[in-house]
Design a protein around this ligand. Structure first.
Ligand SMILES: [Zn+2]
Length: 95
């Protein structure tokens, strides 16, 4: 099986269901766990692609939660760094 992002042969399993790509780091579901076409269509029909649809929010939440968690950590790190720099600049300007 090949990475769906960069076409590298997938050799390392991250867990029972996912490979981890040695080139791009993507987690790619083992194709033996892919849904059949009919199952996929039925699953897809459980929601509307509307950001206000709670079923759609639930459907996309694994991805959006991961992005928000990472984004929040990055923003917190930047905020801390900027605050630290401002503190240093302000203490130096008082001299
Ligand atoms: Zn890859």
């Amino acid at each position: 099986m090949k990475c769906t992002l960069c076409d590298t042969n997938l050799l390392v399993m991250a867990d029972e269901y996912y490979f981890i790509c040695s080139t791009c780091g993507a987690y790619v579901k083992d194709e033996k766990y892919y849904l059949e076409r009919k199952e996929e269509k039925e699953r897809y029909k459980e929601h509307d692609n509307n950001v206000h649809d709670e079923r759609y929010q639930d459907f996309t939440s694994p991805i959006t939660d991961a992005i928000l968690e990472t984004h929040s950590k990055i923003i917190a790190a930047i905020t801390f760094s900027v605050a630290k720099c401002l503190s240093i600049f302000m203490s130096q300007s008082k001299r």
